[in-house]
Write a protein that binds this ligand. Structure first.
Ligand SMILES: Cc1cc2nc3c(=O)[nH]c(=O)nc-3n(C[C@H](O)[C@H](O)[C@H](O)COP(=O)(O)OP(=O)(O)OC[C@H]3O[C@@H](n4cnc5c(N)ncnc54)[C@H](O)[C@@H]3O)c2cc1C
Length: 397
């Protein structure tokens, strides 16, 4: 087998999984490039925001993880360009050559321009700094609320707004409401606490997902006291007030937006074909068209199934794509042809605040309540524990 150098851009769910599947091959040297020195497990961020865990719980140290594999070099820089003619990746300080390249640089929050003021006045949770800001502001808001109630309970409502009732919006709304309820209960604060609003333009929350998940999540959100406003389109956002397109206004203390994702900005400079939100178009082998040595996986792409139907971007999808690309690279090194990517969804689990969840397991098995919560935690444990173990080995080297 010939020796090759593989460069992976992005140490997220997809990039790390690709690295794990290639790193044990002595013919392959790998360079993983990430602009941050950590892997951010954003699918678990709701626990961090709700103070159940500290920041380290959602981070894995990338330098020590890479070191544990021996032949993996880690570069902590932002990739700014790819020269596919010269097979080079360009960062602000260096140029790195590759034989195969995997682009796995993920996504960012998409702020539609037609919602005036959205970008300026809302928070996101797609990075550790933004999740930390959000968590600190949430706690500060709880304290402010208590302090304004010293002269009695008759103060204006204290609203937290979440725009977008997809998977991340629902999970965050549920966890924040559960946290705020517990905070008020534990402190025996007599006045009314915060009000959480979950607002979405579609006719249901979790639009497009299984009806069991929609119904279970809806019932739980209502039980937690969340105001669920579906079929409501946000048209304008001001510093502390949103306007809906039916003319209704809602004051808020702070707002986060989880209404969609766009590809990481890197794709704007590459000259490769993208969709309107900058997601890279890939062929059935997950290659950039006409670039047999360049693959793209995860949130940075717009993935379609064999019937041409859009597959929603998830950590699970990014991981399956990473495994597939690794297999295809190994196949080509053995002189075999590539195989097309076929996605088999292995189920979905949703955290719904406190120790409650809902989900669909393989075979369509439906679970909700404490059992679903435990299964979700077990999935995270099986994902994160091997990575933590490896990074502890790397740290000792
Ligand atoms: C609140 C929330 C809850 C979620 N819940 C779930 C869930 O329950 N289940 C599920 O399957 N999915 C969930 N997701 C979605 C999931 O997190 C994403 O689909 C997943 O992170 C995509 O993986 P990725 O590898 O494509 O990108 P990411 O994990 O985002 O990794 C991209 C990496 O690329 C790096 N990077 C970006 N640009 C550059 C550059 N120019 N140069 C160098 N490095 C760069 C970033 O620093 C990052 O480390 C959730 C997401 C959120 C926000």
């Amino acid at each position: 087998m010939q020796s090759i150098h593989i460069v992976i851009i992005g140490g997220g769910y997809g990039g790390i999984r690709t690295m794990e599947h290639l790193a044990h091959n002595s013919h392959i040297a790998i360079t993983l490039i990430d602009k941050n020195p950590y892997h951010y497990m954003q699918a678990e961020v709701y626990d961090f925001i709700a103070n159940k865990v500290d920041m380290s719980h959602v981070m894995i140290d990338l330098p020590s993880l890479c070191k544990s594999f021996g032949l993996v070099n880690f570069v902590c820089e932002e990739v700014i360009q790819i020269d596919s003619d010269r097979s080079e990746v360009i960062t602000p300080t260096q140029t790195i050559g590759y034989d195969r390249l995997i682009i796995a640089s993920g996504s960012r929050t998409y702020f539609p321009d037609f919602i005036k003021g959205l970008r300026e006045h809302t928070h996101g949770v797609k990075s550790i700094p933004s999740a930390l800001d959000f968590k600190q502001q949430f706690e500060r808001s709880l304290l402010n609320r208590i302090e304004t109630q010293t002269q009695g309970c008759d103060v204006k409502p204290f609203n937290i707004v979440i725009g977008g009732a997809g998977l991340s919006g629902v999970e965050i709304a549920a966890e924040m409401a559960a946290y705020a309820n517990k905070f008020y209960h534990n402190g025996n604060f007599g006045c009314r606490g915060v009000d959480v609003y979950l607002i979405d333009a579609y006719e249901t929350i979790l639009y497009g997902m299984d009806p069991f998940l929609i119904q279970s999540a809806y019932e739980r959100l209502i039980k937690l006291g969340i105001h669920v406003w579906h079929n409501n389109r946000i048209s304008e956002v001001h510093a502390h007030d949103i306007v809906l397109d039916n003319g209704k206004h809602l004051d808020f203390e702070f707002m986060i937006f989880t209404g969609g994702i766009a590809a990481s900005p890197l794709t704007q400079h590459l000259g490769f074909e993208t969709n309107l939100k900058g997601h890279l178009i890939v062929d059935e082998n997950l290659n950039i068209p006409n670039q047999p040595n360049i693959y793209a996986i995860g949130d940075i792409t717009s993935a379609l199934d064999e019937n041409g139907k859009f597959i929603p971007p998830t950590a699970q999808l990014a991981e399956r794509e990473g495994e597939h690309v690794a297999r295809n690279i190994l196949r080509t090194l053995r002189g075999k042809s590539k195989q097309p990517f076929r996605y088999k969804n292995q189920g979905v689990m949703i955290a719904l605040g406190g120790e409650y969840g809902a989900g669909l397991l393989p075979g369509g098995i439906k679970v909700k309540g404490y059992l679903a919560y435990l299964i979700k935690k077990a999935i995270f444990h099986f994902y994160s524990s091997p990575l933590r173990h490896r990074s502890s080995i790397g740290k000792r080297r």
